[in-house]
Design a protein around this ligand. Structure first.
Ligand code: KG4
Ligand code: ZN
Length: 354
């Protein structure tokens, strides 16, 4: 089955042609990073206008790179949510209109589920039950996946997402955007043990993540140590390495405990932060220790792309699922469809991010 994937949830306009949910014939991504860099983050209105300008040429380029005619496409998979509403609407409206015109199914895909399936192109089949850690600029969730298409959130962030913490710390240090790659390269020459940051304790004992305390601790450390914080300084490298090390310890420590409790057959680490080498090394070491296979996407598939959306859409279509004409962008879309604790958490007034 030939699927056209479309992704426009944040600041990348992407289209891909994927065969049978596993073979990428083309994957084209137009990044808006340069446009948003002067503002230190994504400006939603600018993002949606840019998607509007880019979507048609990007889809055309994806088809031509795949050497596929539009009429050969058998289904369209598009990111339905979560994300920025204006950005999502561009992709969803375009995909629905295209599918309607071609008289083929259109399937709305959860962006986070897309990240889960970003690992299927370069790794062996996912064996279930699986544990999936999705770490990006907007989300930080650990899922128990007992079988294909079933998800329960085990851990979620109470405040910032992991990628957001990288971005905010980089912004605070005047290093630029996006912060993840900048901090990672600074950390290479630094001593990760130099600055001791403590891991947060969640007061109700849930295995959740929290990054805002760490961000404040970095700000306090900079204030209390009036050294020249130049990018080439050893102090800044040590600080970057220590911050990154703390984020990695928090993520992998939590995943390891969950792996011991749930006994999965596959571990998955995906999302924009999953191309961080310190995270990859720590995750691989955990996999070896627990004798479990661990899958990552390569760099081009770890940040937002449309191939992962097509891969996720394929699994839905194979199960006979397709979206009706009323499908629309949904910024609050959750990837949790069994044993859902959301209502209980709300009743207990537990504050968390999606
Ligand atoms: O998945 P993604 O492209 O977009 C979202 O869905 O959010 O992730 C972008 C995030 C940004 O916060 C960026 O700083 C982070 O991924 N990131 C990294 C690295 N590369 C990108 N974080 C840590 N280390 C990296 N090498
Ligand atoms: Zn993403």
């Amino acid at each position: 089955m030939l699927i056209l994937g479309i992704e426009s949830s944040c600041d990348e306009t992407a289209a891909a042609v994927v065969r049978d949910g596993r073979l990428i014939l083309s994957s084209v991504i137009a990044s808006q990073i340069d446009m948003h860099t002067p503002y230190g983050g994504v400006v939603p209105e600018l993002a949606s206008r840019e998607h509007l300008a880019k979507i048609e040429p990007i889809v055309t380029e994806a088809l031509s790179k795949a050497r596929v005619r539009l009429t050969e496409i058998e289904a369209v998979a598009v990111t339905q949510g979560p994300g920025l509403i204006g950005s999502l609407l561009v992709g969803v409206c375009y995909a629905k209109a295209l599918a309607f015109g071609l008289n083929i199914p259109c399937i709305g895909v959860n962006h986070i589920e897309g990240h889960v399936y970003s690992v299927v192109f370069e790794n062996a089949e996912i064996k279930y039950p699986a544990l999936a850690l999705i770490v990006s600029g907007g989300h930080t969730n650990l899922f128990h996946v007992p079988e294909e298409g079933k998800y329960k959130v085990i851990s979620r962030t109470r405040d910032d997402a992991a990628g957001e913490a990288f971005d905010k710390v980089a912004k605070m240090l005047g290093l630029g955007y996006p912060g993840g790659p900048i901090i990672e390269s600074l950390a290479i020459g630094g001593d990760e043990k130099k600055v001791k940051f403590t891991l947060p304790k969640i007061s109700d004992g849930r295995p959740d993540f929290s990054f805002s305390g760490l961000k404040t601790a970095v700000a306090r450390y900079v204030r209390e140590n009036p050294v020249p914080w130049r990018p080439e300084s050893k102090q800044l490298k040590d600080l970057a390495a220590s911050f990154q090390h703390t984020v990695v310890r928090m993520l992998i420590g939590t995943m390891k405990k969950a792996a011991i409790d749930h006994q999965p057959k596959t571990l998955i680490v995906a999302g924009g932060v999953a191309c961080n080498q310190a995270l990859i090394s720590a995750a691989k070491a955990m996999g070896r220790e627990l004798c479990l296979p661990i899958y990552f996407p390569s760099k081009r598939l770890s940040t937002d792309n449309a191939a992962m959306i097509a891969a996720a859409g394929y699994r839905h279509l194979k199960r006979g699922e397709a979206s009706g004409p009323n499908m629309t962008a949904d910024i609050t879309m959750r990837l949790q469809n069994f044993d859902n604790e959301d209502a209980e958490l709300k009743r207990k007034r537990v504050r968390y991010r999606l």
